[in-house]
Every structure is written in C-alpha cells, then in structure tokens.
Design a protein. Structure first.
Lengths: 336, 336
DNA sequence: TTGAAAGCGCTAACAT
DNA sequence: ATGTTAGCGCTTTCAA
C-alpha cells in the first residue's frame, strides 16, 4: 500500500501539506495542491481510514441499525440512507438487529462501541431504556427514524395520525363495521408501530361515535401471510362480517385482498380494504393506502446526520415525516 | 473512552498482556486472563477498532457490494450474510452500487481501498475487467455470489441450468408455444443473469426440437410492473398466444399472473406460468418456481469468507449453489 | 508467561 | 503557506 510519505516525496512537500490538501482542512497554495493531486493520481493513493480515524477521531462511516433486511419497507429506507451517505463520501456499516437477543445485545455493548462509526441511524427500532442509554453514551450524533423516542432526536412518523387518516377515509365512505389487522400482544416486542396504528384506528372510531368491537381486532405479524390468515378469520368467521378492513401495512392488506379473493368475496363491493406504506406492489392491486415514502425517509435521515456531522447548523428541524392518502380501488361505500 | 492502559493498570498487568488476553493471541496465564476480564467488565472497555486495525492490519469488518436493497432477493441474501458475520463478531459495511456511475466508480477507486475491510463479498454484480482488477488488487479475500466470474472465487448459481429446468418442466407438460420474459438489450448493463436465463430457455427449446420464436421473447426489468407489461403484450397481442410463460424472476411471474387476471385469461387453464427465485409472495399465487434459497446463499458466502479469514483450510470448496423446482398450481398441461 | 518499546499511517498543534 | 513533531490507542516483536 502506498503511504502518505511517498505522496509527499513525489509532490515535494511535507506529509502535513499532503494531509491538508487532501482533507481540505487548513490552507494550501494552489501549486502545492496541484502537485499533491497529481502525485496521488499517479500513485493511486487513498487515505487509510484506519490511520486517519485514529489520528483525527473521524471515521467517515455511519452505523445504521435496522430490524429487517428482507422486507420491502426497510430495504427502501436503507436504500435512501446509503445513497445519500455514499454521495457524501461516507461508508455505511449495517447492524441488523434480529430476533437473536444475544446478537442484539452485542450490537449495543460491543459493535457500536468500538469506534468504527461517527454517527448512528436507528430505523424503526423500539429501544429499551438500557439500549437508549448505551446509544447516548456513545457521545455520537444519533437519530431515530419512525416511532418517537423522547430521549432521542427522531424523524418521527406519526403512526397514530396515519392510522386515523386511513380509518377516517373508511368512515367517510359510510362504513361502521370496520376491522383492524395489526397490533397483537405477541408482536409488540420490538417497535411500537403496531400499537400506535391500532390506537389511531380506535381514536377515529371513538371520534365518530362508533363503539369498539374487540372481535374485529385481528393480530398479525405484518407479513402477507399474516394478513391473509387474519383476514380469513375475519371474513369467514361465524360473526357478522365487517364491511371494511384497515390493515396496518400494505403487505398485510395485500394478504387480506388475496384472502377475500380466495373466499369469493369481492373488493370493494363486499368489503373495502386499506393499508399503510406505499408498497410498490400495492399499485397492482389498486390498493388504497397511506404512502409514507420510505426512500425519502432514508434520505432525510442521512441528510440530518450529515448536517450534524458537518456542523451545518443545529441541523434542519427534526420534523414529522410526510404521508399521503392514496385512494385507489379497494375502498368504496358499503353496500346496504 | 476508557483505554487499554486503564485496564492494564486495574488488572495489574502490562498493556501487552491485556491485548493478548483479549485477542486470544499468545499465551496468558489463567490468573492474568481472569483479572483482565474482570477489569474490562468493570470498566466497560471495548477495544478500539481504529487503533487495533492500524496496529494489527485486521479490521473485523467485511464489505458487501449489492446492486439493490429494495428487492426482496437482495435483502434476503444480505440478511444471511449479516447474521452469519455478526455472529462471528464481524461488522458489515455496505456498498450499494446503484445506477449512479460516479458512485459506482468511487466504490472501487476509493471506498474499498481505504482499508476499512478485511474482505469483500460481491452479490450478483457483473464486474467489468477494470473493476475485477481493482478488487483483486486490494489483496484481500474476495468472493462473488451469483454469476460466474472466471477471475474471482465465486459461489456460482447456475442460471442457465435453472432456466433449463423451468423450461423443461413446461416442455414435459406438453407445451410447445412458450414465451420468455427476461433479458433484453436494455437491461443487460449490469449483471448477466438475465441473458444466462434466456440462454437456458433457448437451450431447452433447442434440445426438444422446438424452433425459437423471437416474437415470444419479451424483455423486462425484473420488477412486477415489468412482468405485467411484458405479459400484457404477449397475451393480448395480435399474434398467436403462447400456452406458457417462463419469467426469469418470481416478481415478473407475479406480474404476468396479474396481467392474465386482468385480461380474463385463466392460469393454468389458458396459460401456464413459471418463475425463478422462491419469492415468499409466490406461495400466495400458487406460483410454480425454482427456489434458489437466497438466505442460504448469503450464509454460505459469509461462511466461505470467514473460513478464508480465519485461515481454516483453503476454504470449503466453492461449489455451485443449490436450487429446486417447486411445482405449485400455475403450471399444467396445455389445453388442446 | 510477561513487559518494554517500537511502530502502524495518519492529523493537528506549534513554529516559522 | 508550510514543515516538524508529538501523539492517536493499540499490537507485536524482542528480551527476560
């Protein structure tokens, strides 16, 4: 590996000048800068991040914590994060918090603490107090994306409001017997998104003076399969069939669509279905949804972190993330 | 940040002994090891990867290059890679090669060369000669996953054989008028998977003595949307309608399924459809497919890299990746 | 088995 | 604007 000394020698300057020319910190004459540039070019020199980070304390690397990699939503967020960060010259180190508790603990107790990253972005992870404390203890810029965390700077997505919006859309169409697929005790473990969405559903019902019916709350795990099974129970049960279903994610909504299809129940004639996310596949099913623009969420998180790292102001207002109701063809007024 | 000196002082040994005790390299008495352990515990000490990697040359970090993050297949592979690597104590730094040529170039010319990683895994990326050379020039263990690259160690997925298998399944059912959705000149840019799959299709036809019909080759971009549009052209065109469609990915196959549905064409009665991947959503459509177990692909790539890094033998035979035909309900004999 | 000490390749004062 | 030099916090000879 070619080192800074060789560059300095070839350019006829000191290593300090090479360092200054390359990093842009401190003043360097145009001539020196040019000779350094040509020397690095001909030598193919790249600054060693190990040496540079040890000396400067900066790694040019951001850690990103995500709970899943094989779900569209997280892939989209991550895609937005990496493209923005790479464009700014940063590497992205990925910490995938899975069901494995030991690995999860190791991420907070070891991986994040070994000084490999300058900042951390946590995507849709519900952190317990100890984990939040460990993150804060890093002394690095940290930003959460998704559920609010009062102890962290967060790009907040107002799940409750989004769920209300979806539910009010159904109410506005005239529905009264509405079911919800989403939060259930067994899926509460990780991030509180599910329960916040259910809360919004319940609030909208209450506001409209519609009594809550526990029989119309079906827990599911946010997968297509989970949505399918939940909808099957709702639509083929012995009780009265709901005239509309609000699923807490598009993947579950698609599962519900498929369940209705398999049961010979027409959408939206017999039952209306609405989801949340903006999952691309939803378009094919003409799914009514509330888009939450995950790619843009990732880009905004990256921009916020970069602003903090480069010290550009206290960093553009950590506001709420946008969302938008997209009415397509899976919702309509109830029949009767 | 607590440093190794504090640990050494508290444990009553030298920093060299702390280093040895923590890394497991060199001999340390049980007593010393125990005192070091208790000192690190009470101090909450974690070895600084910046200092450690500068001194040792090892980073405990593996770079992973992927072309997409928002497609299920790549998320699944990445999931397998990260879980295996994290379990072994490695971090994973992600390089997302997007359409942006400048960023792509930067990955090879700068990001990968700044000594942040001990090894590189390249997932389903078709590298040109210059890029391959740059990777090799790193002097690190490198492994490719997917398309064969004669100049790289590769976990090869035999796309041609897989495509033949899918096509032969259709031929075995009695189909003669088969269409293919996949490779097209405009999507050839990046990885040659599309054309290898088309090749397998053509080989199977040739072996069965079925003449190739260019009108039955529809290019598409591997998305559901692309599959939908390609199938729409095939199924609603003026020419004779194919009795079966082989799509080069499950997402395109699902698009084809949806197109058939929208055209009122029954599957498999009027047209058979088969895909490739093992995409979870395929189950809901009863899609016949060739599963390629992406999660396992990622785990195997990680295991191969770890074996090389830890010097465990020349590393378990870089064999072909497994695949399996899963016959469900979207394929059947043609009508007549 | 342990310790002393010389780097690893940069950056950032401090001087000039 | 530039050079000199003392670290950054470890690992790894080399000796003992």
């Amino acid at each position: 590996m070619v080192s800074i000394d060789e560059v300095a020698r070839l350019a006829g300057v000191s290593t300090a000048t090479v360092s200054r020319a390359l990093s842009g910190r401190g003043h360097v004459s145009d001539g020196a800068r040019e000779r350094v540039r040509s020397a690095t070019d001909s030598l193919g020199y790249v600054v060693s991040s190990r040496a540079s980070s040890l000396a400067s304390g900066r790694t040019q690397n951001v850690g990103v914590i995500v709970p899943f990699l094989d779900r569209w939503f997280f892939g989209a967020v991550l895609s937005g994060v990496t493209s923005a960060l790479m464009r700014a010259g940063y590497d992205v180190t990925l910490y995938n918090i899975t069901a494995d508790a030991a690995v999860r603990q190791q991420v907070f107790s070891t991986f994040l603490r070994r000084q490999r990253v300058d900042a951390v972005i946590a995507v849709a992870i519900e952190l317990d107090d100890a984990e939040t404390a460990q993150l804060l203890d890093l002394g690095l810029p940290v930003i959460g994306v998704g559920g609010p965390n009062p102890r962290l700077r967060t790009l907040t997505f107002d799940d409750t409001a989004v769920a209300r919006l979806a539910t009010e859309h159904l109410i506005g169409l005239g529905h009264r017997e509405m079911a919800h697929i989403g939060a259930g005790p067994e899926f509460e473990a990780d991030f509180r998104v599910p329960s916040r969405r259910r809360l919004g559903f319940e609030q909208a019902l209450a506001d409209a003076g519609i009594p809550a019916n526990p029989a119309l709350l079906e827990p599911a795990d946010f997968t297509v399969d989970g949505g399918y099974r939940a909808a099957t129970r709702l639509l083929s049960g012995s009780g009265p069939r709901p005239s509309a279903i609000f699923a807490a994610s598009d993947e579950m909504a698609i599962g519900a669509l498929l369940a209705a299809r398999d049961l010979g129940i027409r959408v939206p004639e017999d039952v209306s279905i609405v989801g949340i996310d903006g999952y691309e596949l939803g378009e094919f099913f003409e799914l009514t949804t509330v888009d939450q623009f995950p790619l843009a969420q990732g880009e905004r998180a990256a921009a916020a972190i970069l602003a903090q790292l480069e010290g550009i102001s206290d960093a553009g207002t950590v506001a709420d993330l946008p969302y938008e109701l997209i009415v397509r063809s899976t919702t309509a007024p109830p029949r009767s």
